[in-house]
Design a protein around this ligand. Sequence first.
Ligand SMILES: CC(C)(COP(=O)(O)OP(=O)(O)OC[C@H]1O[C@@H](n2cnc3c(N)ncnc32)[C@H](O)[C@@H]1OP(=O)(O)O)[C@@H](O)C(=O)NCCC(=O)NCCS
Length: 173
Amino acid sequence: MIKGKKVVLRALEKDDLDRCLKWINDMDVVKLAGPPRFPKSKAEEEKWFEKTINDDKNRVLAIDANGKHIGNVGLHNIDFRNRNAMLGIMIGEKKYWNKGYGSDAVKTLVSLAFNELNLHKIYLHVFPSNKRALKCYEKCGFKKEGVLREHVFKGGKYQDLTVMSIINKGVKK
Ligand SMILES: CC(C)(COP(=O)(O)OP(=O)(O)OC[C@H]1O[C@@H](n2cnc3c(N)ncnc32)[C@H](O)[C@@H]1OP(=O)(O)O)[C@@H](O)C(=O)NCCC(=O)NCCS
């Protein structure tokens, strides 16, 4: 378990999957988080879980707040040569939005990435319209790096994605 100030990050367990499925099928959550897709079945979620627990390059952790599982945060495409990875986060329990849990989870995972995994850079993609996420990442020290123009087709149009990143200043270039 990895302790932040407000959250604990822990391994995702099979028992968590029903909650994950509820969140991933909640349009309020997924419309902010990624490209459009079909609703997900329990079988697909279980398949994803089996894959992720055996994948060193993509690790997803559960976010607990006061012992309650409220979302997931993960590192994807971990590149151990160039020492970078992409961060993804979803606080699925909507009443926990805007209370500092997301930024604490991001800071805690970035600290693990830099201080334990010796990664040099963490980056992420976010829709420019997702103001809450942008603010959350800025609070954690992420800087805007650029824009992937018209990168995702969603809601009947091509949408930009903002790229943000944070660099481990403790490590020389
Ligand atoms: C994005 C997410 C991880 C942020 O976590 P969170 O716990 O809600 O965020 P925090 O409370 O740590 O920070 C949010 C900040 O945005 C601010 N904010 C909220 N709505 C805002 C808006 N419309 N415009 C500007 N700022 C806004 C909040 O006031 C807060 O800032 P403050 O602490 O200075 O008051 C979480 O809301 C979430 O998972 N959302 C759904 C899925 C998603 O968007 N995932 C990210 C995909 S890139």
